[in-house]
Design a protein. Structure first.
Ligand code: 6PG
Length: 244
């Protein structure tokens, strides 16, 4: 397990550095394989990062793109993580459609989770029960310490197997589909992009607090991920000693 931390004056500088790291790690993966795999999160911060990814010329035809999680809405919905990426990254980067593996938010949650599991097994050529190793997984962190769609109190945060699950997010009273910890922790590289003063307290708890993953789900990353690099803006870093 190795961790690196980088703090930036602004969210956009953090997002730009995160985008560069993603490209670097994808480049590394492509030096040894014909294809690379990337899973991205949604929310608002990633919008900055997607813009930076789109501005770099890259061999996107050699990258399979997946999502860390998705809201149960149609792809055209303003809440869709897929739509956010489509508008700010896929379209401007001319990302090949055949390499895009979205979570079908328009389906019933359990059906969408099953469909996404089968898609991952097909692209990674997995046996039943095997867990994929993504080259890069991009994660954010919510002001409540959630990551992916693993929110405080979600018992799946302690699961050790499985690829995808539908989860009912009690606080939102909404269903989501999310990659499970086994996948997040197996990734060759995790990049964590965290920005905003509202993340300062949870970031301190996640990086320095007692290990309570049910309370702060994002803690599983610094505690158990193989390799994680944090890209944080100063407002989010202001309470965390390792980042200031
Ligand atoms: C989602 C995201 C979610 C996100 C955090 C942080 O679907 O909302 O996948 O896990 O990473 O909510 O979002 P921000 O970086 O926009 O605050």
């Amino acid at each position: 397990m190795s961790a690196h931390w980088f703090t930036y004056e602004t969210a956009d500088l953090a997002a730009e550095a995160c985008a560069r790291q993603i490209l670097l790690r994808l480049e590394e993966a492509l030096s040894g394989h014909s294809m690379a795999t990337l899973a991205v999160s949604g929310g608002s911060t990633p919008k900055l990062m997607f813009g930076h990814l789109a501005r770099h010329r890259f061999e996107w035809d050699r990258v399979h793109l997946f999502w860390v999680d998705e809201r149960m809405v149609p792809p055209a919905s303003g809440e869709s993580n897929y739509r956010l990426a489509e508008e700010t990254f896929l379209k401007p980067a001319h990302f090949p459609h055949r390499n895009v593996h979205r979570i079908h938010g328009e389906m019933r949650p359990d059906a969408a989770a099953e469909h996404y599991t089968r898609e991952i097994e097909r692209v990674f050529d997995l046996e039943e029960g095997q867990v994929p190793r993504f080259d890069v997984v991009h994660l954010g962190m919510g002001a409540d310490g959630h990551t992916a769609s693993l929110f405080p109190g979600e018992p799946l945060i302690e699961s050790k197997e499985g690829i995808v699950s539908a989860v009912l997010v009690e606080k939102l009273a909404k269903w989501r589909v999310t990659l499970l910890p086994a996948v997040l922790l197996k990734a060759s590289h995790v990049v964590m992009l965290v920005a905003g003063a509202d993340k300062a307290d949870p970031l301190k708890q996640v990086t320095e607090g007692a290990y309570e993953p049910l309370r702060y789900p994002a803690q599983i990353i610094p505690h158990h991920a193989r390799h994680v690099t944090w890209f944080v803006d100063k407002p989010a870093a202001m309470m965390t000693s390792v980042l200031t």
